[in-house]
Design a protein around this ligand. Structure first.
Ligand SMILES: C[S@@+](CC[C@H](N)C(=O)[O-])C[C@H]1O[C@@H](n2cnc3c(N)ncnc32)[C@H](O)[C@@H]1O
Length: 274
């Protein structure tokens, strides 16, 4: 009897997604793991800080698709980000190994990387986030700030306008996206001043108007130096703050010792010695 041929099932390739960070400075921040995700992908999507960085990424992979064209004047940024998730998921569902590359850290002040990973996992696809060096990491190095010294709060600037938030002025306060504060779309320049006035009004509840703050931009190209401008809170209203700058408010008040709790700690120590 002739044995029947074994049945071979060829399963369709299974899609997956890896969201990786390219770091802030072209060339020097890319980790070996992020590079390997890029090189092994079938398709690479890119949301990067500028065109030069995009050209650099194109040298690592033949199919790099920019996500920048989805932005448009007056269009809600959330709509753009939903579209990014949709185009990436379409390739995952088509069985592709997708790598989505974001500048900085893909999970820091970035909606779509978290969302696409959530969506992929909900549909049973493998999904992974690979960390990168964020603007926050560069800020600590360039401005000489240790977040552990006084504590450090990070807020998306618009949240201070849309929600009731409690600021602790004895800690550092880092404000992201001040350049587009209050505006859910790509802002018209004339709108910024009115929104910024509201932000200053909110901050003035906890900081004097002559409190000095730092406007920070880390280097995105190896030939650049970090840019740090100092100004008072009052001056923030009319200042030109590009979308890629971050605002840092150093503490305005000294830490207050908690006399009650330190007394209780001393009592506990005394009990243990007795
Ligand atoms: C959408 S978030 C992206 C952050 C990014 N994922 C990261 O890891 O740093 C954009 C905000 O990041 C900050 N940012 C972006 N580029 C920067 C730069 N070159 N220097 C300082 N802050 C920057 C600004 O606050 C900007 O509004």
């Amino acid at each position: 009897m002739i044995p029947s041929a074994p049945t071979v099932t060829i399963s369709a390739p299974r899609g997956s997604i890896a969201c990786v960070g390219l770091g802030m400075t072209l060339g020097s921040h890319l980790t070996p793991l992020a590079r390997s995700h890029i090189e092994q992908a079938d398709v690479v999507f890119a949301a990067l800080s500028d065109g030069i960085v995009e050209r650099w990424l194109e040298r690592m992979h033949p199919d790099v698709r920019s996500l920048q064209p989805y932005y448009a004047q007056g269009k809600s940024r959330l709509k753009t980000y939903r579209e990014w998730v949709a185009v990436m998921m379409a390739e995952v569902r088509a069985g592709k190994r997708v790598c989505a590359v974001f500048y900085g850290h893909p999970g820091v002040f970035a909606w779509s990387p978290h969302k696409v990973i959530e969506a992929a996992r909900a549909e049973g696809f493998p999904a992974h986030m690979e960390p990168g060096i964020s603007a926050e990491d560069c800020l600590y190095a360039d401005l000489g700030i240790d977040p552990g010294r006084f504590g450090c709060q990070h807020f998306e600037a618009s949240q201070l306008l849309f929600y009731e938030r409690r600021i602790d002025p004895t800690a550092y306060l880092v404000l992201w996206q001040v350049g587009v504060v209050g505006n859910p779309s790509i802002a018209r320049p004339d709108q910024n001043v009115a929104y910024r006035e509201l932000l200053v009004e909110v901050l003035a509840r906890d900081y004097p108007l002559d409190h000095e703050l730092l406007i920070y931009r880390c280097a995105t190209l190896p030939i650049e130096q970090p840019r740090v401008r100092r100004m008072t809170l009052r001056e923030l209203t009319g200042a030109d703050i590009p979308a890629e700058e971050t605002v840092v408010l150093p503490p305005a008040r000294a830490l207050q010792r908690n006399a009650q709790l330190t007394a209780r700690l001393a009592a506990l120590d005394a009990e243990q010695v007795a």
